[in-house]
Design a protein around this ligand. Sequence first.
Ligand code: FMN
Length: 367
Amino acid sequence: MSFVPQLNALPAGIAALADYEDPARALTDPATWAYLNAGAGDEITARANRAAWDRLGLLPRVLQPLAGASTAVELLGRKLPCPVLLAPVAYQQLAHPDGELASAHAAAAQGAGFVLSTQSSVALEAVAQAVRLESGRGPLWFQLYPQPDAGVTRDLVRRAELAGYEAIVLTVDAPVQGARDAQRRTGFRLPPAVRAANLQPYPAAPLDGSAGLLERVALAPTWSDVEALVDATRLPVILKGLLHPEDAREAVRVGAAAVIVSNHGGRNLDTTPATARMLPRVAQAVAGDIPVLVDGGIRRGTDVLKALALGARAVLVGRPLVWALAAAGALGVAHALRLLRDELESAMALSGCVNLQRVCGGLLLAD
Ligand SMILES: Cc1cc2nc3c(=O)[nH]c(=O)nc-3n(C[C@H](O)[C@H](O)[C@H](O)COP(=O)(O)O)c2cc1C
């Protein structure tokens, strides 16, 4: 686990999100770094996510009237100043002692949406309480990993409702963990000081780490569980972690409020296609019935613009904000979010795009 000597200063020479990677790595022990950063297996999907955004070119229109340009978008009844949310990332105290409190404050300061993981190292109530009164904060969503005991899952949803979370993000691409080879190679173990704070009130899950894969999958949620969840909560239910257009149609059918095209940042099933490849197909299948969001490999304002041109309403960012958190705490995360927004504004102006509610698909040129 890392204890960061310089918590309140930005490292020198940061011009873009990727610049946070090296300082973060330098401050983090190799096993923790493997947890925070590695992809599953051979990391083919993790690399493909990034490469797919790079392969898309932006084809600018010149001499467009740019007056009134805005990065604002509407999402589930909320106006976001910028279409960026912090992806749910477990155990953020591994990166910085302030963990999720730091990143939630940074998100609030920048008006970005924040998604808190079930496996947060700070309890969901404490995070909500910390940012509740911050004016201009973005939406606060709770990411749900269904628990082996259905009663615990119901209780987590009830607690999120009571604490003021505005949506439940049900992660559907992780019924079991993928091949975390880098973690095994480095011998990563969660240190005793970092815990899944939301799960502390409940008895230990009946299936411990020694349970076999087939015992675990027997408890994995199915579409009927999603339908039951949609019925059981007054909050919108967003499905995170689908790639197949037919799964997106099914999500609409069971009443999901939005879908997030994601492969878990390449951390679970290696060799799945890049999210940028599947996003347009999912957007076409959903046909505007519900908003489509995307994550995986988004590092630049140009990536955000490309995602919106491919049909996304907003994007989520994972690792770069963990790097910024590890390198410079809340200040680093707020800075990284601001950098991304500045880049997006510049990309919009330089490509002749004034309005993110209607990004022209003709802006993109694939190889
Ligand atoms: C350290 C780490 C922990 C994560 N924990 C969760 C989690 O608890 N729940 C979840 O749905 N996704 C989790 N994710 C996946 C992210 O939400 C997101 O899908 C992914 O990081 C996006 O790709 P990017 O890191 O390339 O931006 C985690 C990702 C990282 C890097």
